[in-house]
Design a protein around this ligand. Structure first.
Ligand code: IPE
Ligand code: IPE
Ligand code: MG
Ligand code: MG
Ligand code: MG
Length: 339
Protein backbone atom coordinates (compact mmCIF):
# COMPACT_ATOMS: atom_id res chain seq x y z
CA UNK A 1 0.00 0.00 0.00
CA UNK A 2 1.05 3.60 -0.48
CA UNK A 3 2.00 5.16 2.82
CA UNK A 4 2.17 8.96 2.92
CA UNK A 5 5.45 10.36 4.11
CA UNK A 6 5.25 12.46 7.23
CA UNK A 7 6.04 16.05 6.55
CA UNK A 8 8.57 17.87 8.69
CA UNK A 9 6.51 20.13 10.86
CA UNK A 10 6.76 23.34 12.88
CA UNK A 11 8.28 23.47 16.31
CA UNK A 12 5.18 22.92 18.42
CA UNK A 13 4.11 19.66 16.77
CA UNK A 14 4.55 16.18 18.06
CA UNK A 15 6.88 15.54 15.16
CA UNK A 16 9.08 18.21 16.69
CA UNK A 17 9.32 16.09 19.80
CA UNK A 18 11.00 13.44 17.69
CA UNK A 19 12.95 15.14 14.98
CA UNK A 20 13.42 18.89 15.13
CA UNK A 21 14.92 18.60 18.57
CA UNK A 22 17.68 16.45 17.17
CA UNK A 23 18.94 19.53 15.35
CA UNK A 24 19.40 21.41 18.61
CA UNK A 25 22.69 21.50 20.42
CA UNK A 26 23.64 18.21 22.12
CA UNK A 27 21.55 17.63 25.24
CA UNK A 28 23.16 17.95 28.60
CA UNK A 29 22.44 15.07 30.91
CA UNK A 30 21.38 16.62 34.18
CA UNK A 31 20.66 13.38 35.96
CA UNK A 32 16.94 13.80 35.66
CA UNK A 33 16.55 16.39 38.35
CA UNK A 34 16.88 19.86 36.91
CA UNK A 35 14.46 20.03 34.01
CA UNK A 36 13.30 23.20 32.32
CA UNK A 37 10.12 23.89 30.43
CA UNK A 38 10.07 22.18 27.03
CA UNK A 39 9.26 25.43 25.27
CA UNK A 40 12.67 27.11 25.36
CA UNK A 41 16.18 25.99 24.42
CA UNK A 42 16.82 24.31 27.77
CA UNK A 43 13.43 22.63 27.57
CA UNK A 44 14.30 21.17 24.21
CA UNK A 45 17.42 19.72 25.72
CA UNK A 46 15.31 18.25 28.48
CA UNK A 47 12.99 16.65 25.93
CA UNK A 48 15.70 15.24 23.75
CA UNK A 49 17.72 13.83 26.63
CA UNK A 50 14.63 12.17 28.16
CA UNK A 51 13.46 10.87 24.84
CA UNK A 52 16.79 9.15 24.27
CA UNK A 53 16.62 7.55 27.69
CA UNK A 54 13.11 6.34 26.98
CA UNK A 55 14.12 4.82 23.61
CA UNK A 56 17.11 3.07 25.16
CA UNK A 57 15.08 1.76 28.09
CA UNK A 58 12.33 0.46 25.80
CA UNK A 59 14.89 -1.29 23.64
CA UNK A 60 16.48 -2.91 26.68
CA UNK A 61 13.10 -3.98 28.07
CA UNK A 62 12.19 -6.15 25.08
CA UNK A 63 13.62 -9.30 23.49
CA UNK A 64 15.59 -8.84 20.26
CA UNK A 65 13.77 -9.37 16.97
CA UNK A 66 15.65 -12.63 16.51
CA UNK A 67 14.38 -14.04 19.82
CA UNK A 68 12.19 -17.10 19.36
CA UNK A 69 9.59 -16.92 17.92
CA UNK A 70 10.89 -14.00 15.85
CA UNK A 71 7.55 -13.04 14.26
CA UNK A 72 6.08 -11.69 17.47
CA UNK A 73 9.20 -9.76 18.40
CA UNK A 74 9.40 -8.23 14.94
CA UNK A 75 5.75 -7.20 15.23
CA UNK A 76 6.21 -5.70 18.70
CA UNK A 77 9.24 -3.69 17.66
CA UNK A 78 7.64 -2.64 14.36
CA UNK A 79 4.86 -0.79 16.21
CA UNK A 80 6.76 0.33 19.29
CA UNK A 81 9.64 1.92 17.37
CA UNK A 82 7.55 3.41 14.58
CA UNK A 83 8.01 6.98 15.81
CA UNK A 84 5.43 7.73 18.49
CA UNK A 85 5.66 11.10 20.22
CA UNK A 86 6.37 9.44 23.60
CA UNK A 87 4.14 11.97 25.38
CA UNK A 88 3.13 9.46 28.05
CA UNK A 89 6.61 8.40 29.17
CA UNK A 90 7.71 12.04 29.06
CA UNK A 91 4.84 12.86 31.42
CA UNK A 92 5.98 10.08 33.77
CA UNK A 93 9.49 11.53 33.91
CA UNK A 94 8.29 15.13 34.19
CA UNK A 95 5.90 14.32 37.06
CA UNK A 96 8.43 12.17 38.89
CA UNK A 97 11.18 14.74 38.53
CA UNK A 98 8.80 17.49 39.69
CA UNK A 99 8.54 15.79 43.08
CA UNK A 100 12.27 15.06 43.30
CA UNK A 101 12.50 11.58 41.78
CA UNK A 102 15.42 10.35 39.66
CA UNK A 103 14.87 8.84 36.23
CA UNK A 104 16.19 5.39 37.16
CA UNK A 105 13.22 4.96 39.47
CA UNK A 106 10.80 6.33 36.85
CA UNK A 107 11.86 4.56 33.65
CA UNK A 108 10.11 1.23 34.32
CA UNK A 109 6.77 3.04 34.48
CA UNK A 110 7.69 5.27 31.54
CA UNK A 111 8.33 2.15 29.43
CA UNK A 112 5.27 0.33 30.75
CA UNK A 113 2.88 3.14 29.79
CA UNK A 114 4.33 3.40 26.30
CA UNK A 115 3.95 -0.38 25.88
CA UNK A 116 0.31 -0.23 27.00
CA UNK A 117 -0.35 2.78 24.79
CA UNK A 118 1.19 1.03 21.77
CA UNK A 119 -0.82 -2.13 22.45
CA UNK A 120 -3.98 0.00 22.59
CA UNK A 121 -3.13 1.55 19.21
CA UNK A 122 -2.51 -1.85 17.57
CA UNK A 123 -5.86 -3.11 18.81
CA UNK A 124 -7.64 0.20 18.11
CA UNK A 125 -6.62 -0.13 14.45
CA UNK A 126 -7.89 -3.70 14.01
CA UNK A 127 -10.70 -4.29 11.50
CA UNK A 128 -13.06 -5.15 14.36
CA UNK A 129 -12.39 -1.75 15.95
CA UNK A 130 -11.46 1.39 13.95
CA UNK A 131 -10.23 -0.57 10.92
CA UNK A 132 -7.29 1.67 10.11
CA UNK A 133 -4.42 0.89 7.79
CA UNK A 134 -2.03 3.70 8.74
CA UNK A 135 -0.39 4.30 12.10
CA UNK A 136 2.69 6.30 13.06
CA UNK A 137 3.31 6.85 9.36
CA UNK A 138 3.44 3.15 8.57
CA UNK A 139 1.07 0.36 7.60
CA UNK A 140 -0.81 -0.88 10.66
CA UNK A 141 0.33 -4.04 12.41
CA UNK A 142 -2.46 -6.26 11.09
CA UNK A 143 -1.77 -5.09 7.52
CA UNK A 144 1.85 -6.20 7.81
CA UNK A 145 1.67 -9.21 10.12
CA UNK A 146 -1.96 -10.32 9.87
CA UNK A 147 -4.68 -9.98 12.47
CA UNK A 148 -3.61 -12.90 14.65
CA UNK A 149 -0.07 -11.62 15.15
CA UNK A 150 -1.31 -8.04 15.62
CA UNK A 151 -3.65 -9.18 18.39
CA UNK A 152 -0.85 -11.17 19.99
CA UNK A 153 1.62 -8.27 19.66
CA UNK A 154 -0.84 -6.10 21.59
CA UNK A 155 -1.32 -8.82 24.19
CA UNK A 156 2.45 -9.21 24.50
CA UNK A 157 3.03 -5.50 25.05
CA UNK A 158 0.34 -5.37 27.72
CA UNK A 159 1.82 -8.39 29.47
CA UNK A 160 5.38 -7.13 29.22
CA UNK A 161 4.36 -3.76 30.67
CA UNK A 162 3.27 -5.27 33.97
CA UNK A 163 6.15 -7.73 34.00
CA UNK A 164 8.58 -4.82 33.69
CA UNK A 165 6.89 -2.87 36.44
CA UNK A 166 6.99 -5.64 39.01
CA UNK A 167 10.24 -7.29 37.91
CA UNK A 168 12.27 -6.12 40.88
CA UNK A 169 14.97 -7.83 42.84
CA UNK A 170 13.77 -7.35 46.42
CA UNK A 171 17.38 -7.33 47.62
CA UNK A 172 18.04 -4.22 45.54
CA UNK A 173 15.11 -2.20 46.72
CA UNK A 174 14.01 -0.78 50.02
CA UNK A 175 10.53 -1.59 51.32
CA UNK A 176 9.51 1.93 50.44
CA UNK A 177 10.63 1.69 46.81
CA UNK A 178 8.97 -1.72 46.51
CA UNK A 179 5.70 -0.37 47.82
CA UNK A 180 5.89 2.58 45.44
CA UNK A 181 6.31 0.16 42.52
CA UNK A 182 3.29 -1.82 43.65
CA UNK A 183 1.22 1.32 44.03
CA UNK A 184 2.24 2.48 40.54
CA UNK A 185 1.34 -0.95 39.12
CA UNK A 186 -2.10 -0.76 40.73
CA UNK A 187 -2.66 2.75 39.34
CA UNK A 188 -1.65 1.60 35.87
CA UNK A 189 -3.81 -1.51 36.06
CA UNK A 190 -6.86 0.53 36.99
CA UNK A 191 -6.21 3.06 34.20
CA UNK A 192 -5.82 0.33 31.57
CA UNK A 193 -8.87 -1.62 32.71
CA UNK A 194 -12.62 -1.52 32.34
CA UNK A 195 -13.05 1.76 34.24
CA UNK A 196 -10.33 3.32 32.11
CA UNK A 197 -8.95 2.56 28.66
CA UNK A 198 -10.92 -0.62 27.96
CA UNK A 199 -14.15 0.83 29.29
CA UNK A 200 -13.63 3.93 27.18
CA UNK A 201 -12.93 1.89 24.05
CA UNK A 202 -16.15 -0.05 24.63
CA UNK A 203 -18.12 3.19 25.08
CA UNK A 204 -16.45 4.62 21.96
CA UNK A 205 -17.55 1.65 19.86
CA UNK A 206 -21.06 1.70 21.32
CA UNK A 207 -21.41 5.43 20.62
CA UNK A 208 -20.47 4.98 16.95
CA UNK A 209 -23.27 5.99 14.60
CA UNK A 210 -25.54 7.27 17.41
CA UNK A 211 -26.89 10.81 17.38
CA UNK A 212 -28.06 10.83 21.00
CA UNK A 213 -24.62 11.06 22.63
CA UNK A 214 -24.61 13.96 25.08
CA UNK A 215 -21.59 16.01 26.10
CA UNK A 216 -21.54 14.40 29.55
CA UNK A 217 -21.44 10.92 27.94
CA UNK A 218 -18.65 11.98 25.62
CA UNK A 219 -16.63 13.53 28.41
CA UNK A 220 -16.87 10.33 30.41
CA UNK A 221 -15.90 8.27 27.35
CA UNK A 222 -12.85 10.44 26.57
CA UNK A 223 -11.75 10.58 30.20
CA UNK A 224 -11.80 6.79 30.24
CA UNK A 225 -10.34 5.81 26.86
CA UNK A 226 -7.51 8.36 26.84
CA UNK A 227 -7.51 10.47 30.00
CA UNK A 228 -7.11 7.59 32.41
CA UNK A 229 -3.77 6.42 31.00
CA UNK A 230 -2.40 9.96 30.83
CA UNK A 231 -3.53 10.50 34.41
CA UNK A 232 -1.77 7.31 35.46
CA UNK A 233 1.45 8.59 33.86
CA UNK A 234 1.36 11.73 35.96
CA UNK A 235 0.20 10.23 39.26
CA UNK A 236 2.29 7.06 38.82
CA UNK A 237 5.34 9.18 38.08
CA UNK A 238 4.61 11.20 41.22
CA UNK A 239 4.29 8.03 43.28
CA UNK A 240 7.58 6.56 42.02
CA UNK A 241 9.25 9.93 42.51
CA UNK A 242 8.24 9.88 46.19
CA UNK A 243 5.76 12.76 46.02
CA UNK A 244 3.75 13.83 49.06
CA UNK A 245 0.02 13.09 49.12
CA UNK A 246 -0.63 16.81 48.59
CA UNK A 247 1.55 16.80 45.49
CA UNK A 248 -0.09 13.60 44.24
CA UNK A 249 -3.48 15.30 44.55
CA UNK A 250 -2.21 18.23 42.47
CA UNK A 251 -0.75 15.87 39.89
CA UNK A 252 -4.03 13.94 39.73
CA UNK A 253 -5.98 17.13 38.96
CA UNK A 254 -3.38 18.11 36.38
CA UNK A 255 -3.56 14.63 34.82
CA UNK A 256 -7.36 14.63 34.63
CA UNK A 257 -7.42 17.97 32.84
CA UNK A 258 -4.57 17.29 30.44
CA UNK A 259 -5.77 13.73 29.82
CA UNK A 260 -9.16 14.94 28.59
CA UNK A 261 -7.54 17.78 26.68
CA UNK A 262 -5.34 15.26 24.87
CA UNK A 263 -8.33 13.47 23.36
CA UNK A 264 -10.20 16.71 22.60
CA UNK A 265 -7.16 17.79 20.58
CA UNK A 266 -6.99 14.36 18.92
CA UNK A 267 -10.60 14.91 17.80
CA UNK A 268 -9.68 18.36 16.47
CA UNK A 269 -6.63 17.04 14.59
CA UNK A 270 -8.67 14.28 12.96
CA UNK A 271 -10.91 16.99 11.50
CA UNK A 272 -8.25 19.54 10.60
CA UNK A 273 -4.97 17.83 9.62
CA UNK A 274 -4.05 15.45 6.82
CA UNK A 275 -2.75 11.90 6.96
CA UNK A 276 0.78 12.93 6.00
CA UNK A 277 0.94 15.21 9.03
CA UNK A 278 -0.80 12.86 11.47
CA UNK A 279 0.82 9.60 10.34
CA UNK A 280 -2.66 8.07 10.63
CA UNK A 281 -5.90 8.29 8.69
CA UNK A 282 -7.46 11.76 8.77
CA UNK A 283 -11.15 12.62 8.68
CA UNK A 284 -11.92 9.18 9.98
CA UNK A 285 -14.07 10.17 12.94
CA UNK A 286 -16.77 11.87 10.88
CA UNK A 287 -16.72 9.10 8.28
CA UNK A 288 -17.14 6.44 10.96
CA UNK A 289 -19.83 8.36 12.85
CA UNK A 290 -17.66 8.66 15.98
CA UNK A 291 -18.78 10.75 18.91
CA UNK A 292 -16.22 13.56 19.15
CA UNK A 293 -15.90 17.03 20.65
CA UNK A 294 -15.81 18.48 17.15
CA UNK A 295 -19.14 16.85 16.31
CA UNK A 296 -20.82 17.99 19.53
CA UNK A 297 -19.28 21.45 19.97
CA UNK A 298 -17.88 22.37 16.55
CA UNK A 299 -14.24 23.24 15.97
CA UNK A 300 -14.34 26.50 17.90
CA UNK A 301 -16.12 24.91 20.84
CA UNK A 302 -13.64 22.03 20.91
CA UNK A 303 -10.71 24.46 20.79
CA UNK A 304 -12.20 26.51 23.62
CA UNK A 305 -12.64 23.34 25.66
CA UNK A 306 -8.99 22.37 25.11
CA UNK A 307 -7.86 25.87 26.13
CA UNK A 308 -10.03 25.78 29.25
CA UNK A 309 -8.65 22.36 30.23
CA UNK A 310 -5.09 23.61 29.72
CA UNK A 311 -5.86 26.43 32.13
CA UNK A 312 -7.24 23.95 34.66
CA UNK A 313 -4.15 21.78 34.32
CA UNK A 314 -1.79 24.72 34.81
CA UNK A 315 -3.76 25.96 37.82
CA UNK A 316 -3.65 22.51 39.45
CA UNK A 317 0.14 22.48 39.54
CA UNK A 318 0.67 26.18 40.21
CA UNK A 319 1.58 25.38 43.84
CA UNK A 320 4.54 23.33 42.55
CA UNK A 321 6.14 26.56 41.33
CA UNK A 322 9.35 26.03 39.38
CA UNK A 323 9.20 22.30 40.08
CA UNK A 324 6.22 22.14 37.75
CA UNK A 325 7.89 23.99 34.86
CA UNK A 326 8.49 20.92 32.68
CA UNK A 327 4.95 19.66 33.24
CA UNK A 328 3.57 23.07 32.31
CA UNK A 329 5.63 23.02 29.12
CA UNK A 330 4.43 19.52 28.21
CA UNK A 331 0.82 20.51 28.82
CA UNK A 332 1.28 23.41 26.41
CA UNK A 333 2.74 21.08 23.80
CA UNK A 334 -0.15 18.63 24.19
CA UNK A 335 -2.76 21.30 23.53
CA UNK A 336 -0.76 23.12 20.87
CA UNK A 337 0.29 20.04 18.91
CA UNK A 338 -0.40 19.34 15.24
CA UNK A 339 0.10 15.56 15.23
C1 IPE B 1 -3.01 8.54 19.78
O1 IPE B 1 -2.07 8.85 20.76
C2 IPE B 1 -4.17 7.81 20.38
C3 IPE B 1 -4.94 8.59 21.34
C4 IPE B 1 -5.10 8.22 22.54
C5 IPE B 1 -5.57 9.81 20.93
P1 IPE B 1 -0.77 9.70 20.41
O2 IPE B 1 -1.16 10.92 19.65
O3 IPE B 1 0.03 9.89 21.65
O4 IPE B 1 0.02 8.72 19.41
P2 IPE B 1 1.57 8.45 19.22
O5 IPE B 1 2.05 7.67 20.40
O6 IPE B 1 2.30 9.77 19.10
O7 IPE B 1 1.65 7.64 17.95
C1 IPE C 1 -7.81 5.84 20.62
O1 IPE C 1 -8.72 6.80 20.26
C2 IPE C 1 -7.78 5.62 22.07
C3 IPE C 1 -7.01 4.42 22.39
C4 IPE C 1 -6.21 3.81 21.54
C5 IPE C 1 -7.17 3.89 23.70
P1 IPE C 1 -8.79 7.07 18.70
O2 IPE C 1 -9.37 5.93 17.97
O3 IPE C 1 -9.37 8.42 18.48
O4 IPE C 1 -7.22 7.15 18.37
P2 IPE C 1 -6.63 7.36 16.92
O5 IPE C 1 -7.20 8.65 16.40
O6 IPE C 1 -7.00 6.16 16.11
O7 IPE C 1 -5.14 7.48 17.18
MG1 MG D 1 -10.67 4.37 18.44
MG1 MG E 1 -8.65 4.99 16.17
MG1 MG F 1 -8.64 9.84 17.09
Amino acid sequence: MAVPRRRRSPAATGEALRTDLAAEQPPTDDGGRQGQPPTDGGGRQWLEARRRRIEAALDAALPAESHWPPTIHRAIRYSLFAGGKRIRPLLVLAAGEAVGGADDALLPLACAVEMIHTYSLIHDDLPAMDNDDLRRGKATSHKVFGEAIAILAGDALLTQAFHLLVDVDPRDLSDERLSRRLRAAAILGAAAGTSGLIGGQVADLEAEGRDDVRLADLERLHRAKTGALLGACVVGGGVLGGGSEDDLGRLARFGEAIGLAFQVVDDILDATEGAAQLGKTAGKDAAAGKATYVRLLGLDGARQTAARLLGEAQAAIAPLGERGAVLRGLAGLIVDRHA
